[in-house]
Design a protein around this ligand. Structure first.
Ligand SMILES: *Cc1c(COP(=O)(O)O)cnc(C)c1O
Length: 380
């Protein structure tokens, strides 16, 4: 039987303890047992989000959480600043435009991060801005901006800061309250190690004010309804019951492990993957000054077909990494270190990468990536 190792930035590996919970018979959601699960999930999520704000639970993929943020915060014609430095920043732009916001698109070169100074000058020029949309870990390029510095700038204005932390939450630091992130969006199938099904949206008092004032039509994603329901440990509609129950267990695992220990482990794995890639001539794609530890995006040598590389790793050897999107199609691979992965998983991934690159004619010393990664993993 072929293995199926997901080294992808979502969905991620689901650990066996959580598979066991997911396999249990379903229970009804309008019951005290399920309400108890909702309460535990809300409390656990607040710890992971590092917030005292409400965190609402939606049944959708991560993008549904993003859509909820846009449609609840902005009325048609409202001004928004959306940072676009990759596929997920582009999604903010598309959502804002879909809902008829007057959208200021802040284009950032792929592989680079937006700066707080850039956001400040945009806000100075547009004091009527209602919301600023950024991405914690831009999964398409491997970039993370200085969210804390951006938060300090946005806090001084009337605008709210909205952060897509779908891939970043529980993988890299995000201090929702301390960094003045008014709305933070995430999902179940990345750092929280579960299948897709749930999205989460936190909302500060400043955000709640906009949510209550917005004149945009909304129904399924109406956060006012979520708030009302959640105050009674309920959800407005049938939630992804099985995923939510498993989330109780996932949040317990995270609590036991400790958020800071988890962040440190991902840094440790990311360093090893980068050392391994560098040893076989694969350069990091993003500017190292702003690279996230959620995943490693590296350039593929010009003579190698990156799409074929990804396909062979997956279909022949059962190791799934992500390829490049849009302008990076065939030019990079993205190996994630998020979720339920350990040192041996990333060594397996690197071993497979070496094997396929070797077969495809890339010149390097076989074993060089593994040696460099092992050295990095064992350096103290
Ligand atoms: C995965 C991801 C999303 C959401 O994607 P869905 O397919 O809708 O779950 C949003 N933002 C980022 C940065 C992501 O990595």
């Amino acid at each position: 039987m072929k293995r199926n190792l997901l080294l992808t930035p979502g969905p991620t590996q689901v650990p066996p303890q959580l598979c066991e919970v997911l396999g249990r018979p379903i229970i009804h959601h309008r019951t005290p047992q399920f309400q108890d699960n909702i309460k535990q999930v809300v409390e656990g999520l607040k710890e992971v989000f590092q917030t005292k704000n409400d965190v609402y639970i939606l049944t959708s993929s991560g993008s549904g959480g993003m859509e909820a943020a846009v449609v609840n915060l902005l009325s048609p014609g409202d001004k928004a600043i959306a940072v676009d430095g990759g596929k997920f920043g582009e999604r903010w732009v598309e959502l804002c435009q879909t809902y008829k916001a007057t959208t200021i698109v802040h284009k950032v070169q792929w592989g680079k991060a937006p700066t707080a100074a850039e956001i400040k000058s945009l806000l100075d020029a547009n004091p009527d801005t209602k919301a600023v949309f950024i991405t914690l870990a831009e999964t398409s390029t491997g970039v993370t901006p200085d969210v804390k510095a951006i938060g300090a700038v946005v806090k001084e204005t009337k605008a709210v800061l909205v952060v897509d932390a779908v891939s970043g939450l529980a993988v890299q630091e995000i201090k929702t309250d301390e960094w003045f992130c008014d709305v933070v969006v995430s999902g179940s199938h990345k750092g929280l190690m579960l299948p897709p099904g749930l999205a989460f949206v936190s909302a500060s008092p400043k955000a709640l004010d906009l949510i209550n004032k917005s004149s945009a039509p909304r129904y399924y994603f109406d956060l006012r309804e979520c708030k009302k329901a959640q105050e009674k440990a309920d959800t407005p509609f049938t939630p992804a019951i099985g995923v939510l129950i498993a989330l109780v267990e996932s949040l317990n695992m995270i609590k036991k492990d400790g958020l800071q220990n988890m962040f440190a482990r991902y840094i440790h794995l990311a360093k090893a993957v980068r050392a391994g890639c560098a040893a076989i001539g694969l350069d990091l794609y993003p500017d190292p000054a702003c690279s996230t530890n959620v995943l490693t995006a590296v350039r593929i040598p010009a003579n190698i077909d990156g799409e074929k590389l990804v396909k062979t790793m997956r279909d022949t050897y059962g190791i799934t990494v992500a390829g490049g999107q849009d302008q990076l199609k065939g030019k990079v691979i993205r190996m994630a270190h998020m979720g339920a992965l350990d040192e041996y998983d990333i060594l397996t991934g690197l071993a497979c990468l070496e094997k396929v690159l070797h077969q495809m004619g890339h010149k390097f010393e076989l074993g060089a990536a593994l040696t460099a990664a092992q050295k990095s993993l064992n350096a103290k």
